[in-house]
Design a binder for this molecule. Structure first.
Ligand code: PMT
Length: 402
């Protein structure tokens, strides 16, 4: 499972750091390519040189050790890895991870990496049970980070309790059992997938527009996971602040009609189309070509809106045998009922419904929860998790049905 895998090992400052040396040896024996990053505190317990000799790689400690001008080291390190393991993970580093703090090489690279993350905590029993630590671990678990539970046994403090780092062989075995590279089966190999994302903009004048709060996160997460599952992915995106996921071909658009044009250019050659974008239903009939000036003695002005094309509906009517069309439905009430109506009206194969009245999910949020509705009448409620994890769940379910 780990043969040829690029594994980043993050060592933080606890007495169990010595066990990380043995763990790194085991990874190398498994055929993994290993690079190590350490916090300054970890260096108090074991020497970076020992890891360097084991891995034959420079050990990263200082964020500003930028000796290669062609890269930014912590981003380069983060992007290189296919798996990130924090061993031992102190309460301090876990707290920083849970709160997005990036104040040293380890936490900066961990914030930047998109690789699956496994945390192997080791600390005093009372620190492990402290509500703050429990809260931080729960938060990270919700975001899809994996944990290897500490073992019960004799602690460095001189008494027994929960908090020991399990033996390195045990940690390795548990990581293997997580089956993190399961997606390598690439069930979407040979498939071409089109995904739309973000909120379209409809111009009022050169400096103003009508839009919505879609961040693109859900669409980008689906695109990223589809690539990992072997698909060729074309992402038609409204402008977002998000980085383009690795391996995804992207085309940017502004308006609903711009999105329609690009989607139709590609649709005949794709196997699966997923419309995640929040597309404006209406546009301004006559956008001004110059900035609209304030009229001093008028309290109201009127904008006339006209209907935009319904791209999803168009795909539903154009789709040929073998093509699957999937839409999202953002609803604030009667979510399932309205989503079912969309399934029929738009001739989609699936509608993925979400309740956007819940501020903790949906537009702009990092977490999301959806129900997948199929034209064959199934309703699958997925758990509330990060958009990255949800993307995997959505694909898993869609693939089972395709
Ligand atoms: O981008 P994020 O911040 O991550 O948020 C994710 C999301 C909330 C945007 C996403 O989960 C979502 O719900 N996307 C659909 C938003 C939407 O416009 O829903 P709708 O119910 O208005 O439209 C139904 C479907 O028709 C959608 O697939 C939409 O892309 C499509 N549509 C809508 C209007 C239109 N003119 N053409 C379309 O193709």
């Amino acid at each position: 499972m780990l043969n040829q895998k690029k594994v980043a090992v993050y060592v933080t400052g606890g007495i169990a750091a010595y066990k990380a040396l043995l763990f790194v040896r085991l990874l190398i024996k498994e055929g993994a390519q290993v690079k190590v990053a350490m916090t300054q505190s970890a260096c108090q317990f074991v020497s970076p040189l020992t890891f360097q000799v084991l891995t034959k790689e420079k050990v990263m400690v200082d964020t500003f050790d930028e000796n290669d001008p062609s890269v930014v080291q912590h981003i380069h390190f983060a992007d290189w890895s296919e798996l990130a393991i924090v061993i031992p993970a102190t309460a301090n580093t876990i707290a920083k991870m849970a709160n997005g703090i990036a104040d040293n090489f380890v936490t900066s690279a961990l914030l930047a990496t998109t690789a699956p993350k496994v945390i192997v905590p080791a600390m005093n029993e009372h620190m492990w049970e402290n509500p703050a630590t429990v809260r931080n671990c729960t938060q990270l678990q919700k975001e899809g980070v994996h944990f290897i539970e500490p073992a019960v046994g004799f602690l460095a403090e001189g008494y027994s309790g929960k908090g020991r780092l399990p033996e390195p062989e045990e940690v390795l075995q548990q990581i293997k059992e997580l089956n993190l590279f399961e997606q390598e089966e690439q069930p979407l190999l040979g498939k071409k997938v089109l995904i739309t994302a973000g909120g379209t903009k409809e111009r009022i004048d050169p400096v103003r527009y009508i839009s919505n709060d879609s961040s693109g996160k859900m669409g980008y997460a689906l695109a990223e996971d589809a690539v990992k599952k072997g698909a060729e992915v074309i992402l038609i995106s409204a402008t977002t602040a998000l980085p383009v996921p690795k391996g995804v071909k992207i085309e940017y658009v502004e308006s609903a009609r711009g999105m329609q044009e690009k989607v139709l250019n590609h649709f005949s050659s794709v196997d699966i189309a997923i419309m995640v974008a929040a597309v404006s239903d209406y546009r301004v009939k006559e956008p001004a070509t110059q900035k609209i000036k304030k009229i001093d003695d008028e309290d109201e002005i009127t904008l006339t809106l006209v209907k935009n094309p319904d791209i999803l509906k168009q795909l539903g009517s154009l789709k040929k045998e073998g093509q699957t069309v999937i839409g999202f439905a953002a609803e604030t009430h009667q979510v399932i009922e309205f989503a079912k109506q969309k399934l029929v009206k738009k001739n989609a194969d699936f509608i993925i419904a979400n309740d956007v009245s819940d501020q903790s999910i949906g537009f702009g949020a990092d977490m999301h929860q959806v129900t997948i509705l199929s034209k064959t009448g199934e309703e699958i409620l997925l758990p509330k998790v990060s958009k990255q994890l949800l993307a995997k769940e959505i694909w898993k379910n869609l693939i089972q049905h395709l």
